[in-house]
Write a protein that binds this ligand. Sequence first.
Ligand SMILES: *Cc1c(COP(=O)(O)O)cnc(C)c1O
Length: 349
Amino acid sequence: MGETAGPSHAATRGLSRNESPHDPLPDIVASVAAGGRDVNRYPDPACTDLILALADRHGVEADRVAVGAGSCALLQSLFQLAGSGATAVYAWRSFEYYPVLADQLGVRSERVPLVDDTHDLTAMADRITATTRLVVICNPNNPTGTLVGPEQLRAFLDRTPPTCLVALDEAYFEYVDEPAGAGGLALCDRYPNLVVLRTFSKAYGLAGLRVGYLVGAPHVVASLREMALPYAVSGPAQRTAIAALGVEEVLLTRARETIAERTRVRAALLADGFAVPVSQANFVWLGLGEDAGPFGRWCARAGVETRVFDGDGVRVSIGSPADNDAFLAAVRRWRIRRAAELLTTGTVG
Ligand SMILES: *Cc1c(COP(=O)(O)O)cnc(C)c1O
């Protein structure tokens, strides 16, 4: 669409779903196409080759890896494993899918408020009771982007009874650039009740193919494999996830470009007077409170789609440099309009 089109005709820049802004690499497109040649056949229900590739990649035994149709499918199985009537502890605000799964599967939610947009692991440990079967820690947290470090995680895990599973959702692991962001896989040996979830949907750019995985203790992995729907992960998805591991270096270079853009976008927002927590993911969080809805609609009219949490905040994915520029231009016009409003109404904000 033409750049001269008015706001209502502007091309929509999708910054609401934390997708990779990069076009799939030629190897990935070729793998999906090759996978199309045998879609008359059922895929390997055990995802054998992909599991071996992931086990090799992470230096763990294959019986410690479970694969699912996106990490959301594995999260669903974890809530199912917790069981109807059990309690799950997770932070709030966090990934909006956790309460959905809990409600669907009859699991009671114990939501522990974030402090400074960050998990309060001490308060979360305090809320674990005899009925708590699952704790989910989203690290970095969606939608605030904040990270908890390994010392805090270890202290939390030391306080968690072995009967309670702790799921570390590391969907945005590849965007972490703090030294404290070593990730949870290194803790799995020491804590058999810890499972770590990763996905091909974000930094690996395969959101449309639906592949995620989990690393954990063999008995947990065995339960999850038994619960999985047969053939849930398609053949093209399995083979393309392996292809993505083969071009991982390029994909991680792309993730570093996103990190550089994240730094640029946050700096511009801070310069415009917004409070933006340090993000270790591929999005930034604007805790705008009551302004969240109006701000999100303003961005939408400027052709920039964001994720609005009404009355709370707006999550904005880091896109291509052009998408990010469009977002920042909309922000600047919002600030100017706001300043003018304050002048005319005499309100001091
Ligand atoms: C995007 C995301 C996922 C990944 O979901 P998939 O089902 O693997 O596409 C998992 N957890 C969080 C917190 C996410 O934001």
